[in-house]
Ligand binder design. Structure first.
Ligand SMILES: *Cc1c(COP(=O)(O)O)cnc(C)c1O
Length: 348
């Protein structure tokens, strides 16, 4: 049985978190002389002289409406990359614990593990880019704290079989982190409705992709109240700045616009796949549930360099294990996609 106390680091269990001025007085007052802010104002036309809400209540309430998850089950990070780092710092003892990664997958999990001095056990995805459940079961030991599953997966674009993730959730006594950065583009449904079912589930999402707010750095983690409480204790007190909170809240009113872009992206993705398949140098295009496609080619480096010369940048993933010969191409605007296809027509 999963029990958060069995995986929490001892120093974090005993941690007395920093108590900010805003933590110590939560009511309304007319004169605030408790936080050493500049009482005269900010040189900008906004109240930026005041520290932001440490727990981002307004943004979480809006996210709660959109996602159908209570605000107490939501953590906000300075990008989901911060949430990843905080999971390591909360649950993994440096130099002792390990995590399981399933390459090819998002690179930040390994970087974050290395920064935190946490051993990485790699269990490659199968040829179909699905989980090797037996391999994962063999790799798990008493010091395995986290398993990261990216679905839809970056860089392969496919979703991971839901039943396989459920098998892990039901059998692993550490945290299963399901990174859904691309969920808005997916045919699969999100795992956030399963939080009541699995106490060891953490779902990551972000405003950086479909929501079009990569510059604001706002990422979300959805998990049990207990897990969220730990993450809030470990995070820097004011991790989401006031400008990002205000702008995120404003942007979260524009659900219709975002849904429109998602639909258009999916249409463009289908078109792009059809056009790319006609090129002789395209060997295979993997089925995508995301806003990018992984394209296997006969000459990834050559095509990459050729496109750079023509001012078009794609991602060369050909050196990644199981992605030999592959380029990762983000779906652009209709005009950008036409430019890409026209340029490729003259390759070689
Ligand atoms: C882009 C991406 C993220 C987003 O990270 P942010 O820090 O929220 O911008 C997270 N996970 C995966 C797999 C991604 O591709």
């Amino acid at each position: 049985m999963f029990n958060i106390n069995n995986i929490l680091r001892e120093n974090i269990k005993n941690l007395k978190p920093y108590s900010s001025a805003r933590d110590e007085f939560k009511g309304e007052a007319s004169v605030y002389l408790d936080a050493n802010e500049n009482a005269f104002g900010s040189p900008l036309n906004k109240d930026y002289n005041r520290y932001p809400d440490p727990l981002q209540y307004a943004v979480k309430m809006r996210l709660s409406e959109i996602k159908g998850v209570p605000a107490r089950n939501i953590f906000l990070g300075n990008g989901s990359d911060e949430a990843i780092d905080i999971l390591f710092r909360s649950f993994c003892n440096p130099g002792a614990d390990n995590v399981i990664l399933v390459p090819p997958t998002y690179g930040m999990y390994e970087v974050s593990a290395n920064i935190n001095d946490i051993a990485v056990k790699r269990v490659n995805l199968t040829e179909e880019y699905q989980l090797n459940l037996e391999g994962i079961a063999e790799a798990i030991d008493k010091n395995t704290k986290l398993i990261f599953i990216c679905s839809p997966n970056n860089p392969t674009g496919n979703s991971i079989n839901r039943e396989d993730i459920e098998t892990l959730l039901a059998n692993f006594n550490g945290l299963v982190v399901v990174d859904e950065a691309y969920i808005n583009y997916s045919r699969q449904k999100s795992f956030i409705q399963e939080l009541t079912e699995y106490a060891n589930l953490v779902v990551l999402q972000t405003l950086s992709k479909a929501w079009g707010l990569a510059a604001l750095r706002v990422g979300m983690a959805f998990a049990s109240e207990e897990i969220i409480a730990v993450m809030n204790k470990v995070k820097p007190p004011y991790n989401i700045n006031e400008a990002s909170q205000q702008l995120a809240l404003e942007a979260l009113q524009n659900v219709e616009q975002v849904n429109g872009w998602i639909k258009e992206t999916l249409t463009e993705r289908d078109n792009l796949v059809l056009k790319l398949k006609e090129f002789e140098f395209v060997v295979d295009i993997y089925p995508s549930d995301a806003n990018f496609i992984l394209v296997k080619t006969t000459d990834a480096r050559g095509i990459y360099n050729y496109l750079v010369e023509h001012g078009i940048i794609v991602r060369d993933r050909s050196k990644v294990e199981l992605c030999e010969g592959a380029l990762r191409i983000t779906i652009g605007t209709p005009q950008e996609n036409i430019t890409l296809i026209n340029t490729l027509t003259n390759f070689k």
